[in-house]
Design a protein around this ligand. Structure first.
Ligand code: SF4
Length: 217
């Protein structure tokens, strides 16, 4: 099943996103610096919450520790590692997030600030068009906010380890991969994450993405 990505449309979108300053103009951010990437075909879209400080600095989605965990899940599901980014951001996947600019640290100083509903609403049209342009067969949602944005209010217990559908596309939810998610670190949730990885492997096969020779499962 070849990817149906509209590369020209996706690149035009990335060019528009790169110059977006909506959240800065609205006073939500001191500096809007959207994360973009060169357009390419993909059969999977990974949707995270928002860029973290390492992503902000390096200009690559999931450039920090969250990317390592995410890559591990994908490699365990048999996906081939990509070659275009620092971390094995997968050549068959397009990575994005609910908002594209680093929201800054949280008020408490403990971790990053979660983007507000208004910021997500400002950024949402880009995400909608991005999904349309990439036209993936699978959405991978990383974290409770991404899950809620596509599947509605739902506990991680009820989301992770299950396959959903959204607008005719398969959806596989995962917890936030930053390493600070208490849910993801709880031993009792390992089985749910393993189930999600297994479902990801099934979707990889369904989409005709070849198993990587060094896949660990
Ligand atoms: S988060 Fe999205 S809407 Fe807000 S400034 Fe960045 S690119 Fe624009």
């Amino acid at each position: 099943m070849p990817p149906q990505t509209d590369i020209r449309r996706l690149q035009a979108l990335m060019d528009r996103v790169a110059s977006c300053r909506l959240c800065q103009e609205a006073g939500f951010l001191t500096e809007a610096r959207p994360i973009t990437a060169a357009a390419r075909a993909a059969r999977v879209i990974i949707v995270g919450q928002a860029p973290g400080p390492v992503t902000h600095r390096e200009g690559i989605h999931f450039a920090g520790p969250a990317g390592r965990t995410l890559a591990t899940w994908f490699e365990q599901a048999g996906f081939p590692p990509g070659v275009e980014h620092k971390w094995p951001h997968l050549s068959s996947a397009w990575i994005t997030s609910l908002t594209r600019c680093f929201p800054g640290p949280s008020v408490s100083g403990n971790g990053d600030r979660a983007p507000s509903p208004k910021e997500m609403a400002l950024c949402r049209p880009y995400l909608v068009e991005e999904i349309d342009a990439v036209d993936p067969g699978l959405l991978v949602l990383v974290g409770a906010m991404a899950i809620r944005a596509f599947l509605g209010p739902m506990k991680l217990d009820d989301a992770v380890g299950r396959r959903f559908e959204s607008n005719g596309r398969a959806v596989i939810p995962f917890p936030h991969s930053s390493g600070v998610s208490r849910w993801a670190n709880a031993p009792e949730n390992r089985a749910r994450i393993a189930l999600a990885v297994a479902l990801l492997g099934e979707e990889r096969e369904r989409l005709g993405i070849p198993d990587a020779p060094n896949a660990s499962s």
